[in-house]
Design a protein around this ligand. Structure first.
Ligand code: ZN
Ligand code: ZN
Length: 210
């Protein structure tokens, strides 16, 4: 946890939302950098400073959902992804919806090991592996960016891997040299690795998608 917080301070996770998108309807597939960035809206918060719709204090019946997916801070009795005591830098965003028909698959849901990414690379598409965690604020910015990009890019396969914790089997295999999330690995349509992005760098990601 301290490691994450320290990195956030160094890397400035709490970046301001991207500027308003330019009106630029482009023929598909447009270069990712030309795709209008979705504007990240901050979620409305309740008196507990939680997203109003998801606050487990206002809506205790929602606790079970979070617990069922392992998203829970026992110490502070709120979802880990909402715990401002553990993650004071958290911001709550409203994500743009995943476009209909988007090619998104959860490869690891709770930090289970995935011995190799290769079997999940989709030939003929740009495959984006996204290592994230529920409690990672910058990861949500990348989610929002990808949801926006995929609207015009049916040739993108988005593969999500929830590391869950820094010491999960998945994190131990892939994250030993990665100091900050999200961690993205991009493969080209030829099935070869194009590059990777560590931390929040949407511009670097956009270049890899072109
Ligand atoms: Zn509340
Ligand atoms: Zn906590």
């Amino acid at each position: 946890m301290m490691r994450y917080l320290l990195l956030c301070l160094l890397l400035g996770c709490a970046r301001a939302p991207a500027p308003a998108p330019a009106p630029a309807p482009a023929p598909a597939p447009a270069p990712a950098s030309a795709v209008a960035r979705p504007l990240l809206a901050l979620a409305a918060t309740c008196e507990h400073k939680m997203p109003a719709d998801e606050c487990t204090v206002c809506h205790p019946e929602k606790s079970a959902e979070f617990k069922a997916r392992g998203d829970w801070c026992d110490e502070h009795v709120v979802p880990e992804s909402h715990c401002l005591l553990c993650h004071p830098e958290l911001k709550f965003f409203v994500l743009p919806p995943l476009p209909e028909g988007a090619d998104m698959v959860m490869v690891s849901r709770m930090g289970e090991d995935v011995p190799s990414l290769e079997p999940f690379v989709v030939p003929g598409k740009v495959t984006v592996f996204d290592f994230y965690a529920y409690w990672c604020g910058p990861c949500k910015e990348v989610d929002a960016f990808m949801h926006g990009v995929m609207k015009d890019r049916p040739d993108i396969a988005y593969r999500k891997l929830n590391i869950f914790q820094w010491d999960s089997p998945l994190a131990k295999r892939y994250m030993t040299n990665v100091q900050s999330m999200p961690y993205l690995v991009v493969y080209g349509p030829d099935g070869k690795k194009k590059g990777e992005v560590k931390g929040i760098d949407v511009d670097a990601l956009a270049r890899l998608l072109e």
